[in-house]
Design a protein around this ligand. Structure first.
Ligand SMILES: N[C@@H](CCC(=O)N[C@@H](CS)C(=O)NCC(=O)O)C(=O)O
Length: 230
């Protein structure tokens, strides 16, 4: 048995962030997929939020994708995914926080919105978040192709899964990445070729099927409940 175990579900974008970190860092790991509609008792005993991903390592249980990724970075420092300079590390953390607090909720809220006015308001919020990512993030952080320059980092891994789901928003809500976000589009294209992305990603058709529960606002899961309240 590998010493690192990641507990996931087949199409969870948050678990995808941690799986990508494991692959990018070359960490041998065991992947345990659970059914979120029928959570096993052993999982509920170790996961206080009842959410994936959960990491088990050396007898410890760690949850929350951003915390798991920082933990992996500390414990497995080879093939670093954070800059070495403290200022750059702080900048990376600012954008990881932005992804979690100011970007990802808008993706879900646009999916969950049912009437046209609410959808238009949510689409505007998501557009503004992307414009900020384009101009204040990718446009200012460095000259490289990735968020923090020439090397992939935890920032890229944090944004990627929900940026991939823009195709699902296009399907259900006719939402597009704004035309002026050329850096963002180039970054998404670059990321889509990385083995950590191709290995850990479901097809667009699968994602469209999986997110129908959000598009129709019928999800009874905790993620939808949290995002409705966000
Ligand atoms: N903030 C958490 C979010 C994790 C999350 O929402 N996971 C979803 C699956 S994508 C989940 O396990 N939901 C449980 C449920 O819907 O009951 C993280 O970053 O790890």
């Amino acid at each position: 048995m590998a010493e690192v175990e990641i507990i996931s579900s087949s199409t969870c974008p948050f678990a995808q962030r941690t799986r990508m970190a494991l692959i990018e860092k070359g960490i041998d790991h065991e992947l345990t997929a659970i059914d979120l509609n029928d959570k096993p008792d052993w999982f509920l005993e170790i996961s206080p939020y009842g959410k994936v991903p959960v990491l088990r390592h050396n007898g410890a249980v760690i949850f929350e994708s951003a915390v798991i990724n920082e933990y992996l970075e500390e414990v497995f420092p080879d093939r670093p995914l954070m800059p070495s300079d403290p200022i750059r590390r702080a900048q990376a953390r600012i954008w990881i926080d932005f992804a979690n607090v100011r970007f990802t909720p808008h993706v879900y809220k646009l999916m969950l919105a049912q009437d046209a006015d609410a959808q238009a308001a949510q689409a505007e919020r998501l557009t503004n978040a992307m414009l900020m990512m384009e101009h204040e993030g990718l446009g200012k952080l460095g000259d490289g192709s990735y968020w923090m320059g020439d090397d992939i980092s935890l920032v890229d891994l944090t944004f990627l899964p929900h940026m991939q789901r823009v195709g699902v928003l296009t399907h259900y809500r006719d939402f597009q990445i704004p035309d002026e976000c050329v850096l963002l589009k180039g970054w998404l294209q670059l990321m889509s070729q990385r083995p950590s992305v191709t290995e850990g990603s479901a097809s667009l058709d699968v994602l469209i099927g999986n997110w129908r529960k959000y598009a129709e606002n019928t999800s009874t899961g905790t993620t939808a409940a949290d995002m409705r309240a966000a």
